[in-house]
Design a protein around this ligand. Sequence first.
Ligand code: PLP
Length: 480
Amino acid sequence: MQDKRKLLSGIPSVDELLREKEIEKLTFTYPRTMVTEGIRSYLKDYRQRILSLEDAEELEAAAQAGLIEGIIDRIHDLMRSHLMHVINGTGVVLHTNLGRAPLSPAMKDSLWQIASGYSNLEMDLDSGERGSRYSHVEELLCRLTGAEAAMAVNNNAAAVMLVLSTLANGKEVVVSRGQLVEIGGSFRVPEVMEQSGAVLKEVGTTNKTHLPDYEKAVNENTAALMKIHTSNYRICGFTSEVESEALAALGQKLGLPVVEDLGSGMLLDLTRFGLPYEPTVQQAVKAGMDVVTFSGDKMLGGPQAGIIIGKKQWLDKMKKHPLTRAIRIDKLTLAALEGTLRLYLDSEQALKEIPVLRMLTYSQEELARRGKRLLGKLRKSMGTDVSIGLENDYSEVGGGSMPLLKMPTKVISIEMKSGSLAKAEEQLRRYRTPVVARIAKDKLLLDVRTIQDHEFDAVAEALAWAFERIGKPKGMEGEV
Ligand SMILES: *Cc1c(COP(=O)(O)O)cnc(C)c1O
């Protein structure tokens, strides 16, 4: 039986702990100040924990808990990069909180070359004079989409802002009431429009907007017509929207530019894989849209970026707009965007090499085969107090794309004979390579679709580690 006061006074001093062999070793790799900081912060928590415990058994467990190991873990935690690789077991392919699209490993070397050296970011190597950073993706984007001109900025929200500021500052933009979208976070069409200095002119109703609605709203102060893809919601039932072709033709007739915010921006039609129809970027260009914007890290499967394509006359103006400097794309993103777009030159290669496309187009057989392989690895590393199997479930696209779609998938499902699922889920997130899982129907679920093959071993390690920890005596679980 442990006495609380005795336990507290028995805690070694910071100096004593610094002389402990295992801790002293860390001062050779890490700054001494950070090692000291790790000791102090762990001791503070350790003291508080002892003070909060009343139960004799819990105190005993706390006394037995490895103080040195706890401190060492804490120091490693302090020194480890804050932004880190996480394994996505949620089945949400474009998980905004987990960084949306994982990039293709095909461009690993070229990315590193641009990152670690100088580059021709803004130099024309033929003339030796100043070049444009957009030149690296402009030709590619035009080739892939059929547009006359293109540029890329920080993200799609910035792209929409730039388009509206350039075309419609102080003037009206006509938009259907059914398309006043809010994307998660703070992107709301009416607010973005206000920020850009454009004046929103709503037409039609929530469920129906017709071509004459747009035409009637146009006056001498109108600068543009705009269509927004309602990527993250659907209006069903008695509805109608104006087709891009008809809107583009109306713009042409009235001498007004027509803008489309496509949101996701698909370059490939994925209906042959059982995905619902979504308008592609090429279709929007073909329909006659003057300017089209979309995200780099949604269905395109590239880095965070906003892509603007369209008629040269408008793009030239945008490239010169002062806002462009504030939202410009950086060289690493540009390298990743060019690398991703290059893969699209061969659509079969894009489907194979771009992780987002691969995850969205897995066949059921592939998912089952991959699931069995992962299950085999997990079974080997797990104890007998859990039952683990492979089940059918559904994954989602996420990132506000294809909101109604439920894609049949295979999940690893774990049931615990005793203990808390919530604790297990939490411990998985605390592993060196965190694993984000889902809890449903009293089971811990890991979706095979969003876990990449090279991550299988790390998932096995994480599960073994997490379940070992929640098996430990009360008073020390989940502490480090
Ligand atoms: C996602 C989305 C945006 C915002 O794009 P980001 O790249 O996240 O800034 C804007 N408009 C629509 C229609 C979208 O779906």
